[in-house]
Design a protein around this ligand. Structure first.
Ligand SMILES: NC(=O)c1ccc[n+]([C@@H]2O[C@H](COP(=O)([O-])OP(=O)(O)OC[C@H]3O[C@@H](n4cnc5c(N)ncnc54)[C@H](OP(=O)(O)O)[C@@H]3O)[C@@H](O)[C@H]2O)c1
Length: 309
C-alpha cells in the first residue's frame, strides 16, 4: 500500500537506504538529527504532527520508521547516560508522539540485546541479556516503545553494512588498500546484513502496517540469513574485492581489546518475520557482492581520477 514514511535518523546508514529504496508513489521524509532530535519530545511531537497532517491531506497513511540511535557501542561504555537518552528515553518519547498522533511506528533494535551464549539462532522470543551499555540502552528502548501504547513494532537487526557510512565492509575495503595484512576477530559469529535488503524489507513492513495489516507479532528479527564470524566475513569481502583473502588473519576479541564486550554468538532467527508473511531474507553471501561491486566501481573511478591528476 502507498504510504508516507517519516524516518528520524534519516542521515544514518539505514535512513539513507530507506530513502533510496522508497518506491515511486510513496512519500519518504528522512530528517537528520539536526532537523529532528528525538531527545526533544515537544519538537519531535510537533514535527511528527505536521508530517502526519500533510500525509493525510495527500491521502497517504503515515508511518514512522525510527532509524535514530546512538550506535557507537564502544563509546557507550563510558557515555551510557547519553546513549540511554537517545536509545531508551528518545525512542520512548517518539513512541508516545506516535500514539498521540495515531501514527504506527516501526522501531529498530539490535542483536546486542543477547548475551551470545546460545548455540542456535536467537528467535525474537528468546530472553535478552545484554553484555554492554549499548545493548542495555537498546533493550530499554524496545521496552519503552512496546509499552508506550503506540501501534508499534520492534525489528532487531545486526551487522549492517552498505556502500556508504561507517561500516565493517567499508572499513575492510579501506584496510585492504592500506595494509598488507588485516587482523579480524574470529570468535564472534553473527548475521551480516545488507542495509539495502533491510530497507526494502522495512518498507514492505511499513506498507503492511499502513494498510492495517501489521503482523500480530510485535517483536521481529530481520537479517540476511546464514552466519559468519567477522573473520569469515572479512575474507568474503576481500574475495569480492578481488584481493587475496589470505591477507586476512584471525585474532581473538581479547587480542583486539575493544571497550564494549560483544556477544560471541548473535545470529538472529527470522522465524517470526517469515511466519508473518513478510518477504524472506536472502542469504548474506548473495547480498554482499552488490555492495562490493559498487565499492569496486567507486575505487576504479578514484583510480582513474588519480591517474588524470
Ligand atoms: N549498524 C548496525 O550494524 C546495526 C546493527 C543492529 C542494529 N542497528 C540499529 O539500526 C538502527 C539504524 O542504525 P544505523 O546503522 O543507520 O546507525 P547510524 O548510521 O549510526 O545512524 C543513526 C542515526 O541516528 C541519528 N541520531 C543520533 N542521535 C539522534 C537523536 N537524538 N535524534 C535524532 N537522530 C539521532 C544519527 O545522527 P548523527 O549522525 O547526526 O548523530 C544518525 O543519523 C539503529 O536503531 C541501530 O541501533 C544497527
Amino acid at each position: 500500500m502507498t504510504t508516507a514514511i517519516w524516518v528520524p535518523g534519516g542521515s544514518g546508514q539505514v535512513g539513507t537506504e530507506l530513502a533510496r529504496a522508497c518506491p515511486p508513489g510513496n512519500v519518504l521524509v528522512a530528517p537528520g538529527s539536526h532537523e529532528v532530535d528525538i531527545t526533544d519530545p515537544q519538537a519531535t511531537a510537533a514535527a511528527l504532527g505536521r508530517f502526519a497532517a500533510a500525509a493525510r491531506e495527500l491521502g497517504l497513511p503515515p508511518v514512522v520508521v525510527n532509524a535514530a540511535a546512538y550506535t557507537d557501542a564502544d563509546a557507550a561504555e563510558t557515555d551510557e547516560r547519553r546513549a540511554f537518552r537517545v536509545n531508551a528515553l528518545g525512542a520512548g518519547q517518539l513512541a508516545e508522539a506516535c500514539r498521540e498522533h495515531d501514527v504506527p511506528l516501526i522501531h529498530l533494535s539490535t542483536d546486542y540485546v543477547f548475551d551470545g551464549t546460545a548455540g542456535e539462532p536467537y528467535e525474537a522470543s528468546a530472553p535478552p541479556n545484554p553484555l554492554n551499555a549499548y545493548g542495555r540502552t537498546k533493550l530499554a528502548g524496545e521496552r519503552a516503545v512496546l509499552g508506550s501504547g503506540a501501534d508499534a513494532w520492534v525489528v532487531r537487526t545486526a551487522w549492517v553494512y552498505s556502500t556508504h557510512s561507517v561500516n565493517f565492509v567499508r572499513t575492510m575495503a579501506r584496510l585492504e588498500r592500506e595494509r598488507e595484512e588485516v587482523r579480524v576477530v574470529d570468535d564472534q559469529t553473527g548475521s551480516p546484513t545488507s542495509a539495502a535488503d533491510l530497507a526494502s524489507s522495512l518498507l514492505s513492513l511499513a506498507g503492511r502496517v499502513a494498510g492495517g495489516a501489521g503482523p500480530a507479532e510485535r517483536l521481529l528479527h530481520y537479517v540476511n540469513t546464514g552466519r559468519a564470524s567477522w573473520y569469515e566475513f572479512a575474507r568474503a569481502v576481500f574475495e569480492h574485492l578481488g584481493a587475496d583473502p589470505r591477507r586476512v588473519r584471525p585474532c581473538t576479541s581479547a587480542e583486539f581489546g575493544r571497550p564494549a564486550p560483544r556477544p560471541a554468538y548473535s545470529v538472529l532467527g527470522v522465524g517470526a518475520w517469515t511466519a508473518s508473511g513478510l518477504p524472506a531474507p536472502r542469504p548474506w553471501p548473495a547480498a554482499l557482492p552488490e555492495v562490493t561491486a559498487a565499492l569496486r566501481a567507486e575505487r576504479a573511478g578514484e583510480d582513474r581520477a588519480a591517474q588524470r591528476a
